[in-house]
Design a protein around this ligand. Structure first.
Ligand SMILES: CC1(C)CO[C@@H](CC(=O)O)CN1
Length: 430
């Protein structure tokens, strides 16, 4: 026996330059969760122990970290991973070792595929979680003629495909779909050519600044337009790094172009900040505890210098609780059959199936809100809707996809004082 310890593997994006370095805050969050899970004896007499390394959000490095974890003792019972590219590689391979993979930082819609990823679960919602929210808003404001502009990145390509399907289902016409690699000039020009008024923009934040400046130059902003941007950029993203990134607009021009745009994002922090979650902490307690750990480890914590992964930290914390609760369920089932989870080995599909079905049915109130998984292992999450009013993001409402329930706060403001229309309306002067 291995003196009552259950071992799991972890792959975190810490270093490197490309992609998302969210492991910087997610690995400390996982450490906090392990302390809490072990302190609360969630595994009835067993301790949960993590063995991890850095993937730099690089799938090749992530694969070699996975092999090291699997070819070195002790035997691991499952893997935690972050970054869509790394999760794609790890989850595609992990099934050969009968390992469940739980991703705390992977938004790619391509991962919602039980054929390719039969053992994948994620506490991070797919990027498609925005789509029903956007559609609900379009129907609310009677926008049935929209345009899309996107960066040619895999995550946005599969997100657009999801939006197109849902627009068809809801009688919303997509008049044009523009994409660009890094220079959006022509794409924005084509939006104007199609007289696009309601526009969904899908790109990373550096490309978003280029689009915003191009919108200003081509006057595709103001009272006749509604832009949907992604909500997980930094709060004042449209005023940052203009010189560094060669943006040919002033802060004032960027602010003018940004005024009034709407954003959607998945909620990653339980909104009721006084509500005690399964660990006994509120999401506010967790934020304070995490900031203390990050500060002690030399991370600057102020409005604009959060370490990468700060927003997603609750997803990593809750991932460990999901594993612990699932293992505990599995252990009690196996004990009734006179078996033990510690007899799992990479070829033991029977125990792997118990772990899979335990995770599949695990639900609890976590720091990131209600944690539950769809049949494809996707995180079921709420989304938040905001609008830039006088240069600042204002909460407009929340949307619960599961129950098609929109909570609307009535705070929206239109530059022209009335809801922009989705097309030029020709008034017939009689
Ligand atoms: C909201 C965001 C920034 C989306 O990308 C995730 C990383 C990824 O999908 O690779 C992390 N969270």
């Amino acid at each position: 026996g291995n003196n009552n310890v259950l071992h799991i593997g972890g792959i975190f994006p810490i270093g490197g330059k490309g992609g998302w370095q969210g492991g910087q805050a997610c690995e400390p969050a996982v450490r906090l969760a392990l302390e809490d899970v072990n302190k609360n004896n969630i595994l009835s007499g067993y301790q949960l122990k993590l063995h991890w390394n850095d993937s730099e959000c690089d799938p090749g490095l992530g694969a070699s970290v996975m092999y090291d974890l699997l070819y070195n003792k002790p035997q691991k019972l499952m893997l935690l991973a972050g970054c869509s590219t790394v999760c794609t590689t790890v989850a595609e391979a992990a099934k050969m070792w009968n390992l469940v993979v739980l991703c705390y930082g992977a938004s790619s819609p391509a991962l919602s595929d039980r054929n390719r990823f039969p053992t994948l679960f994620r506490t991070h919602p797919s990027a498609t979680v925005h789509s029903p929210t956007r559609i609900t808003l379009m129907k609310k404001f009677e926008w049935y003629r929209i345009a899309i502009i996107q960066q040619t990145e895999e995550v946005f390509i599969s997100t657009v495909e999801d939006i197109e399907d849902r627009c068809k289902e809801n009688g919303i016409e997509i008049i044009t779909r523009q994409s660009f690699l890094s220079d959006p000039t022509d794409a924005v020009k084509n939006l104007r050519r199609h007289d696009a008024r309601i526009i969904v923009g899908l790109f990373y934040v550096v490309a978003a600044r280029k689009v915003l400046c191009e919108m200003y130059k081509q006057q595709l902003y103001g009272k006749a337009y509604v832009w949907f941007f992604i909500g997980w950029y930094e709060d004042n993203w449209f005023e940052l790094n203009l010189d560094k990134e060669g943006i040919k607009c002033t802060r004032e021009q960027m602010r003018i172009a940004a005024e009034g745009h709407i954003t959607t994002e998945a909620l990653m922090w339980n909104q009721n900040i006084n509500q005690k979650t399964i660990s006994g902490m509120t999401s506010e307690d967790f934020r304070k505890k995490l900031e203390r750990v990050l500060q002690d480890e030399g991370h600057a914590i102020d409005k604009h210098l959060y370490p990468e992964g700060y927003q997603e930290a609750p997803l990593a914390y809750d991932a460990v609780w999901a594993v612990a609760l699932a293992f505990n369920k599995t252990m009690s089932i196996l004990e009734k059959q006179g078996k033990s989870i510690t007899s799992f080995n990479y070829n033991n599909k029977e125990i792997a199936d118990h772990i899979y079905s335990a995770i599949n049915s695990t639900q609890f109130l976590g720091i990131s809100g209600w944690v539950a998984f769809s049949s494809q292992g996707d995180r079921i999450a709420l989304t938040q809707i905001e609008q830039v009013i006088d240069g600042k993001y204002v909460k407009l409402g929340y949307y619960d996809t599961q129950f098609d329930n929109l909570t609307w706060l009535g705070k929206e403001r239109w530059i022209g004082g009335k809801i922009p229309q989705d097309r030029t309306v020709i008034r017939r002067v009689l």
